[in-house]
Design a protein around this ligand. Structure first.
Ligand code: SAM
Ligand code: SF4
Length: 327
């Protein structure tokens, strides 16, 4: 089988799958406070349909899967899906991105089911701020999730922090101290002009993470950390001698579209070749029919349609929210 290569020669290895567009938080940059119309449950792909999409993708070399949402742990029976995907010998890696609120209940079962890695999104170490940015979240609950993930053996754990100007950009020392104590990768991410994120950008919350990184590395004497980063877009640094690492994700200030190896499958079966563009290929009819050949053609069409890169720094705006596409 030929590898999944797009018109610009980029080989695709990774599929992000949103298993639900629902969430138990309402992070201000991601979802509105009210009026979120979630998809009726019968519109969602079933586990068998997701497993079929993954099987076809893996056959094409797109063999690394990340489960996301919305909040993936809200999807009932998720452990079973993890097991189905991890049991597929063509699948090289099964990972998950979560806000960790429900992780203390599920971490061990997820590890047993074959989940390889967990990324936790957690924007502040201050309980009041955490509550403010998520509108509902209790830091204590999320932190129990972090501890449960560590105890279940997800190591090194990755924590993603969305950096927001005048909100959490003064908490860096706390994160550096954490990496000095624990084997954890803390990654500072840049706000993208997507869905509600567009509003946050307009409120001036965007931080240029590339400039922030250069300043921080110099000020704190961080050293480059010699680690296998895999396919991911982050490079790592560390406090000298620390077990943990610091990463910076810079999709707007330093786009890495030329390295993109990723596609996204929404909870209702739309295949999205690029996060920044709202164009999608509807795989659900073929998945419902169990028609592998048409599913494969859908992947090839999405690959052929994939743009070279986004124009976010030039003012491009992406309409869909991260919670619906799958972040
Ligand atoms: N609910 C899960 C979570 O929060 O980890 C998974 C889905 S969430 C959409 C995935 C990631 O997208 C989170 O790390 C969140 O911070 C990020 N995100 C949401 N909106 C964003 C935006 N406009 N720009 C950059 N990252 C965003
Ligand atoms: Fe929910 Fe994740 Fe979006 Fe926050 S970032 S509202 S946790 S989907």
């Amino acid at each position: 089988m030929k590898p999944a290569v797009d018109a610009f020669g980029r080989v695709h290895r990774s599929l992000r799958i949103s298993v639900t567009d629902r969430c138990n938080l309402r992070c201000r940059y991601c979802m509105p406070a009210e009026g979120v119309d979630c998809m009726p449950r019968d519109e969602l792909l079933t586990f068998d349909e997701i497993a079929l999409a993954v099987d076809v993708a893996a056959e094409m070399g797109i063999d690394r899967v990340r489960i996301t949402g919305g909040e993936p742990l809200l999807r009932r029976g998720l452990v079973q899906l993890v097991e189905m995907l991890a049991d597929n010998s063509k699948v090289a890696d099964v990972a998950m991105t979560t806000n960790a609120l429900l992780l203390s209940r599920h971490a061990e079962a997820l590890a047993d089911a074959g989940l390889n890695r967990v990324n936790i999104s957690l924007d502040s170490l201050d309980p009041r701020r955490f509550h403010e940015i998520t509108r509902y979240g209790l830091l204590e609950t999320a932190w129990k999730g972090v501890e449960a993930a560590t105890a279940a053996g997800f190591s090194p754990l990755r924590i993603n922090v969305l950096l927001l100007d005048g909100f959490n950009d003064d908490e860096i020392q706390g994160w550096l101290d954490l990496t000095a104590r624990c084997e954890v990768d803390v990654r500072f991410m840049e706000l993208m002009p997507i869905g509600e994120g567009v509003r946050m950008n307009r409120q001036g919350r965007y931080v240029d993470v590339a400039r922030f990184r250069d300043r921080l590395v110099a000020e704190k004497g961080l050293v480059t950390a010699d680690v296998e980063v895999g396919n991911g877009p982050a490079r790592y640094w560390s406090v000298p001698g620390a077990p943990g690492r610091i990463g910076f994700i810079t999709p707007v200030s330093e786009p890495y579209c030329n390295l993109c190896s990723r596609m996204r499958l929404t909870s209702i079966g739309r295949l999205r070749p690029c996060l920044a563009f709202d164009e999608e290929v509807d795989l659900r009819p073929a998945l419902r029919e169990g028609d592998r050949e048409v599913v494969r053609e859908g992947f090839l069409r999405a690959l052929a349609d994939k743009p070279a890169g986004h124009h976010w720094s030039g003012g491009q705006i992406t309409k869909s929210t991260m919670s619906s596409v799958g972040g």
